[in-house]
Design a protein around this ligand. Sequence first.
Ligand code: PHE
Length: 351
Amino acid sequence: MQEKINGLLEELAKAFADVKTMQELNDLKVQYQGKKGIITELSAGIKDVPNEEKKEYGMHVNTLRVAFNDAYDKNKTRLEEELVNKKLKEETIDISLPSVKNMRGSKHPFNRIIEEVEDLFVSMGYDVVDGPELEDDEHCFRLLNYTVGHPARDAQDTFYIDEEYLLRTQTSSSQSRVMQANTEKSPIRVICPGKTYRRDDDATHSHQFGQVEGLVIDKNISLADLKGTLEIFAKKLLGEETKVRFRPSYFPFTSPSCEVDVTCFKCGGKGCPLCKKTGWIELLGAGMVHPNVLKMGGYDPDEFTGFAFGTGLDRLAMFKYAIPDIRYMYGNDIRFLRQFDRKDEEYEIKY
Ligand code: PHE
């Protein structure tokens, strides 16, 4: 019996030395401890052993069982560790690889200006209001005192959808909409930035451009309020040293009307090619809201007065960032757009 067991122990050691997978380990378990396994059958065989040999027989079988269990447990632990290590190795992320470079966008100069203008006016208590780009003749013209056939319409030819609908030529159309929408006829303080369209095409005029409209309606609003507001606007946007000048002008929906100029930011007002040697640059149109327009908007002109102004957003961006051609704004050229990835104070504008 001793010999038999020794032989079995040797076989067992060899069998375990060859085990490489869990499957093989499980097969060994069946081979030794399964229903018809070697150890199982040896244990069952004890009944045929004479009584006086039973004790020794049992001891031998037990030696084999302990040896098997021992080897089984050790190999199981070893295989499990191997499996975990293999997984860890396979799933490792190589952080030493250079990353894929992300292209970072930058804000379009047009949006930069809108945000700057909005921040300034919101800080003065204004609301920001949107209006439709596809407008009707009524809001773009008639409610603004441009009667049918009015000569001032000539300067504002645009893209017509049909007799009544057109692409708005000015954000002033928002004036009539804001007045109309304010059913309580309470005071108004709004700016309306957005896209506008005209039949234009040269270095300083594009068929698409942007404007921002300002409208204030309240009791006792005077030209002095308009002047103070526009002075703050010009200084904040173009520099504290900027001076403002008002010239008489004409718009059907304001009276009196004016054109507002600012001192040239290149020469400071001395005269240079940018300002055509005048020292001044035209910035915007403005005026006191015409009584007819107030009336058509549902406001009593004896009780309410107001001012309005409108300026080209592209123009502002072109001044501010020294952009020589308005068409760059709409060309989608990434070399142009990439130049606007800095903070305002980091620009050194050279004309
Ligand atoms: N809408 C006018 C234009 O485009 C500008 C303007 C706005 C004038 C508001 C007066 C008041 O020329």
